[in-house]
Design a protein around this ligand. Structure first.
Ligand code: C2O
Ligand code: CU
Ligand code: CU
Length: 495
């Protein structure tokens, strides 16, 4: 029996067999499109849109040669000011949240040396990375406290918005919640040639909900807060942990002063469980230019963008021509009260000219043909039966030692996912295309190359995927991190 599974069964021992797993979706309620239970902050909070938006620092290589850039990040504890006047202990890459942004060129090898200066083991995964198994961060491939690991990324993939985060078996939820997450951007010549907004006007936005104790500490309902013993959250939070404060790049409901020009925003839902339906009030709409796996074939105008945990949406917002002082607010329609607040833009400066463009043709997206799929697989994402706690795929809890699928490299496969409640399903190694969603078909959010798909209650989604290049053992899982920690994960071995 794997370590993960044995630890998890410990939860039953600790909490008893009467876990309320048959209970209804609570928290903000299914009517607001959430699967999870809400925490309430007791710390004093700032008024929305008063704290300036931070932009994570860009990492600099510690060495570089003709084909490789080497970075070094130290995973350590830090105490940072998230809520004005209070200190919040975090676990951070280089002690910051979000971690430093790593910027790679497609085809140029990136090595990230992770030094674990924490008191707990870690695993680092590059989400969206086309990565050999040895560097993909299999959940039991631990880096122990005091140890260092070099993760090697060949970066044989197109320009895209990736992110890196902790992926340790049983403890991904608390590790990410406490701060172990950062952006990793990939650029390529085709993207450079488009003339999209860049430099100061290309801004990553990690949107994530959190809740805080009175003294400023992060609130998380872990059974064992030390992250060393029993995994999982208290029974009431089995469906997922929802905070009541939206952080953007680690700041509560921040405000960004913008030029009256086009901006590119890389939206990432870095929450453990929360879904967002983002809208802009006060003028411009989103022009979506990319998704998880890079540029779309053509821009897509969106009045709202629904985003589940782990998903990315690359958008352009045009503030051009708006008078100085105009306020544009990004809000979340899947929440009420202050949790509906996200981010405000204030037009602060007129500009003489804006060279950026959104061309009518963006990336090349080869449409996959479902008639050519040679293998079909089915995965059902459901809670355990009463008395059998945990979240399951095909009625099984994750077992690190088991192989659940053996796709051949190069084969086109059709994977069909079914759900009971919301489950954002994520595959490692290669992106996929969504070809079916319920009776109505794929939504606008399903466009392009995806690696995480937002599946709603009782829905069936089919994706086409072709794994390439790297033979080895990878995971697929629900990106609701409480579901993932409570065993909603499966392994596939490519060959
Ligand atoms: Cu973002 Cu397997 O994870
Ligand atoms: Cu991933
Ligand atoms: Cu799930």
């Amino acid at each position: 029996m794997s370590l993960g599974r044995r630890r998890f069964l410990g939860v039953l021992g600790a909490a008893g067999a009467g876990l309320a797993l048959g209970g209804s979706t609570t928290g903000c309620g299914i009517s607001l499109g959430q699967t999870g239970e809400g925490l309430t902050t007791t710390a004093r909070l700032p008024a929305p849109y008063t704290v300036p938006l931070p932009v994570p620092p860009v990492a600099r290589p510690v060495s570089t040669d003709s084909d490789t850039d080497v970075y070094e990040l130290t995973q350590r504890e830090a105490s940072v000011e998230i809520l004005p006047g209070l200190r919040t202990p975090i676990l951070g890459y280089d002690g910051v949240y979000p971690g430093p942004t790593i910027v790679s060129r497609s085809g140029r090898r990136t090595v990230v040396r992770h030094v674990n200066a924490l008191g707990v083991p870690t695993v680092t995964h590059l989400h969206g990375g086309h990565t050999p198994a040895a560097s993909d961060g299999f959940p039991t491939d631990l880096v122990q406290p005091g140890d260092t690991r070099e993760y090697e990324y060949p970066m044989r993939q197109r320009a895209a918005t990736l992110w890196y985060h902790d992926h340790r078996a049983d403890f991904t939820g608390p590790a990410v919640y406490r701060g172990l997450a950062g952006f990793h951007l990939v650029h390529d010549p085709a993207e450079d040639a488009l003339g999209l907004p860049s430099g100061e006007r290309d801004v990553p936005l990690m949107i994530a909900d959190r809740a805080f104790e009175e003294d400023g500490a992060l609130a998380y309902p872990a059974i064992d807060a030390s992250m060393t013993g029993v995994a999982g959250v208290r029974a009431a939070f089995m469906e997922g942990v929802l905070g009541d404060v939206n952080l953007v790049n680690g700041a509560p409901w921040p405000v960004l002063e913008v030029d009256a020009a086009r901006y590119r925003f890389r939206l990432l839902n870095g929450s453990n469980a929360r879904r967002y339906e983002l809208v802009l009030t006060g003028g411009p709409r989103f022009i979506q230019v990319g998704s998880d796996g890079g540029l779309l074939a053509a821009p897509l105008e969106r009045g709202s963008i629904t985003m589940a945990a782990g998903e990315r949406f690359d958008v352009v917002v045009d503030f051009g021509g708006l008078p100085v002082g105009t306020e544009i607010t990004m809000r979340n329609r899947l929440a009420r009260g202050r949790t509906a607040d996200v981010l405000r833009f204030v037009v602060a400066r007129a500009v003489a000219s804006d060279e950026s463009r959104v061309p009518a043709v963006l990336g090349e997206v080869e449409p996959l043909d479902r008639a050519k799929a040679v293998v079909r697989r089915e995965f059902r994402f459901t809670r355990g039966m009463p008395g059998h706690a945990g979240w399951r795929i095909n009625n099984r809890l994750w077992d690190a030692g088991r192989v659940d699928a053996e796709p051949a490299l190069g084969d086109l496969e059709l994977w069909r996912f079914g759900t009971d409640v919301h489950h954002p399903v994520h595959l490692h190694l290669d992106p996929f295309q969504v070809v079916r969603r319920g009776a109505e078909g794929p939504t606008a959010s399903d466009r392009g190359w995806k690696d995480t798909v937002d599946i709603r209650p009782g829905e069936v989604v089919e994706v086409l995927v072709r794994f390439t290049d790297y033979a080895g053992k990878y995971v697929m899982h629900c990106h609701n991190l409480e579901h993932e920690d409570m065993m909603m994960m499966a392994n596939f071995t490519t060959r």
